[in-house]
Design a protein around this ligand. Structure first.
Ligand code: G
Ligand code: G
Ligand code: MN
Length: 418
C-alpha cells in the first residue's frame, strides 16, 4: 500500500493552489483545539471526533463559499480566507471564528469551554509562498497560545523572539563555561549618614551575537530549561569570591544575591549555599538571599522551610519587591525574613501620591514592630530620599545613589564614597 501524504504536505499542496488562484488578499488561519485533545483523553476519540465534526460544520456556515477549511491534524484546522479587502477584514473573520470556538459545549451535562488558539498570516503582506505562510501562521498560533489570546496575527517580532529564545536556550548552558556571565553591583546605603552597607549582585550576560541580554529575558528561559540552580550557584559563588576582592570595607560589607523560587523547591539548595560560604570563608550574616514575595506563593510550605533552615545558619533572608505579590499578611507571617524591600513602584510616587506614601509608611511601621530591616529600592531623587528618611526608612538603593556597575567600578565607587 502506498503511504498517504502527511496532512501538512497536503495542506501545503492545497495552499499552493489557493494562493495562486486567490485574486486579492488572503489569510491563512491555523486553529489548534487544545481542549479537544483533553476531551479525547478523558472521554475517548469518538466524542472528540464528533465535536470536531460539529465545529467544522459551524465554521463552514460562517465563512464565505470561496473560503476553504482543511483538517491539518487530529486537533488542528487550517482555514484559508480569500478576497479580503484589507487587514481589518481578516480580524473580523478571526473574531467570527473565535466566537464559534469559544461557545461552551455541553458534555456530560456540564457546559464546558475549551481552550484553543488561532494564528493568522496574511498573503501577500507576510508572504506569497505557501511554506512561509504556513510557518508564519504557526508562529502566530504559538504566540496566541503563549499570550492566551483567542487569535494573533503574525508579526516579525514574534519570529524574532522565538528565534532568540531558541538561541538563548542553546547558548545559556555554555554561558558560564564561556565566561559570558558577570555580576554588576548596586550599593545599599544607610539613608541617614550615607554609610555603605552592602551591595545587591545582579547578573549580566554578554552574548557574543545578541549583545547584553538582561536577566528579565534569560532567567525565565533558564527556569524553563531547569538550569536555574546552576546559575544561582554560579551567582552565589561569584558574589562571595568578588566580595573578598572589594578591599578595605569588605569585611563588614554584605552582599545580596537574588534567588529564584525554583531554587527553593529542592532541599539540596541548602547544602549548596552552605558549601559556598564554606569555600569563601564567608561569615553567614554577610550573605543575604533576596527572594521575590510573589514568586513564592506556589509551594509556600517547602520554600518557607528551606528559607528557615538557611536562616538558622545565620544567612539573611530578604523579601524583594514587597507589596506586589498580592499576598495576605497571614501568608507573609509564614515567611522567615530579616529584611523587606519595598517595591520601587511605591517609592517612585511617594512625593505626589498620598496613598503610596501611606503604604510605605505602614510597611515601615510594620517592619519595625517585626524587627526587620527595611530597604527602599528604586530611589531616583534627593527629594524622595528626604521623604524616606522622614518616613523612617533606614536603607536605600537606587539610581540616585548609583546604578548597578561592574565589580571594578564598584570598588572605585566604594572608595570614593567613604
Ligand atoms: O538588573 P536588573 O538589573 O535589570 O534585574 C532585573 C531582574 O532580574 C530583577 O528582578 C532581579 O531580581 C533579577 N535578577 C538579576 N540578577 C539575578 C540573579 O542572579 N538571579 C535571579 N534569580 N534573578 C536576578
Ligand atoms: O527585582 P529587583 O529588586 O531584584 O530588581 C532590581 C532591578 O531594579 C534591576 O533591574 C536594577 O537595575 C533596577 N533598579 C535599581 N535601581 C533602580 C532605580 O532607581 N530605578 C529604576 N527604574 N530601576 C532600578
Ligand atoms: Mn533584588
Amino acid at each position: 500500500m502506498e503511504p498517504s501524504i502527511s496532512p501538512p504536505l497536503q495542506l501545503l499542496d492545497q495552499l499552493g493552489k489557493l494562493t495562486t488562484s486567490a485574486t486579492a488578499n488572503s489569510a491563512l488561519m491555523l486553529i489548534s483545539l487544545h481542549g479537544l485533545r483533553r476531551i479525547g483523553n478523558i472521554f475517548g476519540s469518538r466524542l472528540s471526533e464528533q465535536i470536531m465534526h460539529d465545529l467544522i460544520q459551524q465554521l463552514e456556515c460562517a465563512i464565505r463559499p470561496d473560503d476553504r477549511i482543511l483538517r491539518s491534524g487530529r486537533f488542528e484546522l487550517a482555514v484559508l480566507i480569500s478576497g479580503l479587502l484589507n487587514r481589518g477584514h481578516a480580524v473580523l473573520a478571526a473574531n467570527k471564528l473565535a466566537d464559534i470556538l469559544g461557545t461552551p459545549i455541553e458534555i456530560s451535562k456540564k457546559e464546558r469551554k475549551f481552550p484553543f488558539s488561532i494564528g493568522m498570516a496574511l498573503s501577500p503582506e507576510h508572504s506569497c509562498d505557501p511554506e512561509q505562510l504556513l510557518r508564519y501562521a504557526e508562529i502566530a498560533s504559538l504566540a496566541s497560545e503563549i499570550t492566551q489570546t483567542p487569535y494573533q496575527i503574525y508579526s516579525h517580532d514574534d519570529l524574532e523572539s522565538i528565534v532568540t529564545d531558541w538561541d538563548i536556550e542553546g547558548d545559556l548552558d555554555n554561558a558560564i563555561a564561556n565566561n559570558q556571565l558577570s555580576l554588576h553591583y548596586q550599593p545599599k546605603i544607610s539613608s541617614r549618614d550615607g554609610r555603605l552597607l552592602g551591595a545587591e549582585a545582579l547578573m549580566r550576560w554578554q552574548h557574543p551575537v545578541h549583545g547584553m541580554i538582561p536577566p528579565d529575558r534569560f532567567i525565565p528561559v533558564a527556569e524553563n530549561m531547569g538550569i536555574m540552580p546552576k546559575l544561582t550557584w554560579w551567582c552565589i559563588n561569584t558574589a562571595l569570591r568578588e566580595r573578598i576582592e572589594l578591599g578595605k570595607p569588605a569585611s563588614s560589607l554584605s552582599v545580596a544575591v537574588n534567588i529564584s523560587a525554583l531554587d527553593l523547591t529542592d532541599e539540596r539548595f541548602i547544602k549548596s549555599v552552605l558549601g559556598a560560604i564554606g569555600i569563601w570563608d564567608t561569615p553567614p550574616e554577610v550573605l543575604t538571599l533576596e527572594i521575590t514575595e510573589g514568586s513564592l506563593m506556589k509551594d509556600i510550605a517547602l520554600s518557607a522551610d528551606i528559607l528557615k533552615r538557611l536562616q538558622s545558619y545565620g544567612i539573611r533572608i530578604s523579601i524583594d519587591d514587597f507589596g506586589t505579590g498580592y499576598s495576605s499578611l497571614a501568608y507573609f507571617k509564614q515567611l522567615p525574613a530579616d529584611e523587606l524591600k519595598i517595591d520601587r513602584s511605591f517609592i517612585v510616587n511617594i512625593l505626589d501620591n498620598d496613598l503610596d506614601r501611606h503604604i510605605v509608611s505602614t510597611i515601615v511601621q510594620m517592619a519595625r514592630k517585626l524587627r526587620l530591616d527595611i530597604v527602599a529600592e528604586g530611589l531616583e531623587t534627593a527629594l524622595t530620599q528626604q521623604q524616606l528618611i522622614e518616613l523612617g526608612c533606614d536603607i536605600i538603593q537606587g539610581y540616585h545613589i548609583a546604578r548597578p556597575m561592574p565589580q571594578a567600578e564598584f570598588i572605585t565607587w566604594s572608595k570614593s564614597h567613604d
